[in-house]
Design a protein around this ligand. Structure first.
Ligand code: NAP
Length: 326
């Protein structure tokens, strides 16, 4: 089967494309720069250079594929303006879905985020929990998801949406800071450390994407894909510290002054294109509860996470050590 994956120079897209190639599929990827493609020499890989914001580039990449995985996204960065988020998370999705309709693509899987639920008031959140996006990244991810679902329903496109929890595993650098935090002699934690943080190991997520693209029951549905366990922040940091053989000393610090400082720093720095020394969202990391129910994915997709949290953290820590990152 010929399959398009967007975002294949990123952590998730790369792993998904690799798994599809390993399974014997012909994989086409739409990337902004060929130089960033790690799988470049694979015989089943077809690389198209282009930006998801460019309608013609997207049409060219969709023409002739049977399945599309839209993984591309832009994470928070001070150098990006709100319009960039909108163009990638909403306009880019429109380009893909319109092309999927034009070229009769059999299945489309769109990657959203559990961030559309924001701070979960009644954990664990399900796919039906209220939306509460808190920043431009989450707002535009939600807008793109909702637009895609409506367009697909109206036009008979077989779309499934996956909302991953926090993605981690060997090759990811985003959660390296969590490991570095746990590795400190004294780990400062803003707030009481009791907030939940729900992670998903990359191989489990990739399996979730594949199931969502294959099962008939997945058409027209949204699935939260997360790991089997979910820990509060203190327990998570203690587990990582144990894996790293580091002393376990957590120092709880009141979060409010940092929340205020984060908001102020962003207001001053972002309009000037400067990375703020404190981000409000970094503070939110310690104070917002993220706990999700994966029962729907289990029941409808047969999704079953294979990697326990401790095992996944160990594999990730090993990779960080091999790369001399820890
Ligand atoms: N990471 C998480 O914890 C998390 C949690 C929930 C949901 N998600 C969602 O999961 C997906 C994958 O996340 P990730 O962290 O693995 O992503 P990532 O590593 O940040 O990679 C993002 C990918 O999107 C591509 N991209 C960005 N702008 C593009 C554009 N204008 N045109 C074409 N491609 C573009 C990037 O290409 P370049 O190399 O050219 O920049 C890169 O390949 C995203 O949809 C994200 O919203 C992530």
């Amino acid at each position: 089967m010929k399959i398009l994956v967007t975002g294949a120079t990123g952590f998730t897209g790369h792993n998904l494309a690799k798994r599809l190639l390993d399974d014997g599929h012909e994989v086409r990827i739409l990337v902004r720069s060929k130089k960033r493609v790690a799988l470049a020499s694979h015989p089943l890989l077809d690389i198209r250079e282009g930006d998801i914001r460019d309608r013609d580039a997207v049409r060219d990449s969709v023409n002739g594929v049977e399945k599309v995985f839209n993984i591309a996204a832009m994470f928070r960065s001070a150098k990006s303006v709100d319009q960039d988020y909108h163009d990638i998370h909403v306009k880019g999705v429109k380009h893909l879905l319109e092309a999927a309709l034009e070229y009769n693509v059999a299945r489309v899987v769109h990657c959203s985020t559990v961030g559309v639920h924001g701070d979960v008031k009644n954990p664990p959140a399900t796919e039906e929990s209220p939306f509460a996006p808190a920043d431009i990244y989450q707002r535009t991810k939600l807008e793109g998801e909702l637009w895609a679902r409506e367009f697909a329903a109206k036009n008979g496109i077989a779309l499934s949406v996956v909302r991953p929890t926090a993605i981690y595993g060997p090759g990811d650098l985003r959660l390296l800071k969590l490991f570095k935090l746990a590795a400190r002699n004294v780990t400062p934690v803003l707030g009481d450390g009791k907030m939940f943080y729900h992670m998903v190991y990359i191989d489990d997520l990739v399996q979730g994407f594949i199931l969502a693209s294959e099962r008939e029951e997945a058409i027209g549905e949204v699935f939260i894909i997360g790991g089997a366990e979910n820990m509060c922040l203190d327990d998570l940091l203690n587990t990582i510290a144990q894996i790293l053989n580091k002393p376990r000393k957590i120092l709880h610090i009141p979060a409010l002054p940092f929340q205020l400082a984060g908001s102020l720093c962003e207001k001053i720095c972002i309009p000037l294109g400067i990375e703020p020394p404190i981000y409000r969202r970094r503070v939110d990391f310690f104070t917002k509860s993220r706990s999700f129910d994966i029962a729907k994915a289990k029941a409808k997709l047969g999704y079953q996470p294979k990697f326990g949290l401790k095992e996944g953290l160990e594999l990730t820590a090993t990779w960080y050590r091999q790369q001399n990152l820890l």
